[in-house]
Design a binder for this molecule. Structure first.
Ligand SMILES: C[S@@+](CC[C@H](N)C(=O)[O-])C[C@H]1O[C@@H](n2cnc3c(N)ncnc32)[C@H](O)[C@@H]1O
Length: 214
């Protein structure tokens, strides 16, 4: 769902540094060959993630939900040469495409690709993360948060995508669907967690940004 009128979306994109050719190609190939292509972050969010990464200067980043690699490559573009993005996806059919595009983007030295269930893989990564981007199955957002929280450095950043869930977070439904319920619980959990301060940024489908205080 687009929250802004199309003309404004276009204006915003036109006043954002253009998408690199490799990401344009990845976008096209995802839309041509992959199921549910709208899951891909896209130009504006990709640039936003790169900008945040450049500002935060994390050494180690965790991404949960690689999909075809758009957000991961965008984050890696903002990382220093000695830094690593650990990116996890359960869909093994996409691993080959992700490897190809990470290579084409020239970011392969910075990106470690994991294939499998993030709930199984996160405990095996023995690293302190300075930034985490959650963009996988909504029902596990809170579980992921609990699982990696102690692995995030003090002052580290936790980002979560789709926290407006196409506006469903404010629909008055007596019985919200499972994903909406999970996102509502996650947003409340972060906002009520005294260990972080947070801001919900209405870019695309909403990005929650939390900074770890402890
Ligand atoms: C919204 S897409 C990620 C989009 C990607 N971050 C981007 O911006 O291009 C969500 C991804 O999460 C993955 N996923 C779902 N459940 C998962 C799990 N339990 N462990 C790891 N990945 C999972 C899906 O396979 C899918 O590729």
């Amino acid at each position: 769902m687009e929250f802004l009128p199309e003309a404004l979306e276009t204006y915003i994109e036109n006043h954002t540094t253009p998408e690199p050719e490799v990401l344009k190609k990845l976008n096209r190939e995802t839309y041509a060959h992959v199921i549910m292509p709208r899951m891909l972050s896209g130009h504006l969010q990709g640039k936003f993630l790169k900008m945040l990464t450049t500002m935060i200067q994390p050494k180690q980043v965790l991404e949960i939900g690689t999909f075809t690699g758009y957000s991961g490559i965008s984050i890696a573009e903002g990382l220093g040469e000695d830094c690593t993005l650990h990116t996890i996806d359960i869909n093994e059919e996409l691993t080959g495409m992700v490897k190809q595009y990470v290579q084409e983007s020239g970011q392969e030295k910075k990106v470690k690709i994991y294939t499998g269930d993030a709930l199984q893989i996160i405990p095996t990564i023995d690293v302190v993360f300075d930034m985490v981007f959650i963009d996988a199955d909504k029902k596990n957002y809170s579980n992921y948060y609990d699982m990696f929280f102690d692995k995030v450095s003090k002052g580290g950043y936790i980002l979560a995508d789709n926290v407006l869930w196409s506006g469903k977070v404010v629909e008055k439904s007596a019985k919200p669907d499972t994903d909406t319920k999970s996102i509502l619980e996650f947003n409340d959990k972060i906002t009520n967690d005294p260990r972080v301060e947070n801001v919900l940024v209405p870019i695309r489908d909403g990005i929650m940004i939390a900074r770890k205080l402890v």
